[in-house]
Design a binder for this molecule. Structure first.
Ligand SMILES: [Zn+2]
Length: 217
């Protein structure tokens, strides 16, 4: 996969932050806060784009990966979902020790940025790495996702390992979602989940990721 991104810099006091965003907007994607859990609705392009950014997060311990989503419109669904608030997404590593309370100022100070194309050969490799369930419960705390909510933004803090192992959720939706709908007209629901039983969530809520092909034009 070739992923076009823009690399921004932002200075805050003595610190400089590297913020990576998708080059083009992922407009057919939303992330909704439903209190007990989170819902992501994505079309094929957005699922692929987020999978790419997720894999980029795995190998970018010094960067904040910012996926602007909160201004996007909701998909057209049989049961309209207007219950929760829309969020942006930021992916980052525990080792960066970034305080989400600084995010609003960082976001406001981003430079124009430098376009770059990232090559992600790992996106073409089957279904990705799947961890043996027996080892899941022995993983270190740093290999679990922690979430923070700040400035209408969900911060997913993880490690290279946990980002690498979970990108396949979005790849799955991109690969299998579009084909599922026409052959299951009675139940046109294709989804996957970052589930609490997967041994990947620390202080974090579950994220249900659903494929949606109907969006307002
Ligand atoms: Zn579902």
């Amino acid at each position: 996969m070739k992923l076009p991104v823009v690399v921004h810099r932002a200075r805050l006091g003595a610190d400089e932050f590297r913020v990576v965003r998708p080059a083009g907007p992922l407009s057919r994607a939303v992330l909704i806060d439903h209190d007990r859990h989170l819902d992501a609705y994505v079309d094929q392009d957005a699922a692929r784009g987020i999978a790419g950014l997720w894999m980029l997060a795995a190998r970018s311990p010094r960067s904040l990966i910012h996926v602007p989503l909160r201004a996007n419109r909701m998909p057209v669904r049989e049961v309209p979902d207007d219950a929760g608030s829309r969020l942006d997404l930021v992916l980052l590593h525990h080792s960066l020790q970034f305080a989400p309370s600084h995010w609003k100022r960082v976001r406001g100070r981003l430079g124009p940025g430098r376009p770059q194309t990232v090559s992600l050969p790992e996106a073409e490799q089957g279904d990705g790495e799947v961890t043996d369930p027996a080892t899941r419960h022995h993983r270190e705390n740093r290999d679990l996702f922690h979430q923070h909510l700040h400035a209408e933004t969900l911060f997913m803090t993880g490690s290279a390992k946990v980002f690498r192992e979970t990108a396949r959720h979005f790849l799955d939706v991109a690969r299998k979602g579009p084909g599922h709908i026409p052959v299951h007209p009675g139940h046109p629901h294709f989804c996957t989940e970052l589930h609490s039983n997967d041994g990947i969530l620390g202080d974090a809520r579950e994220i249900h990721i659903e494929y949606c092909d109907q969006w307002p034009s």
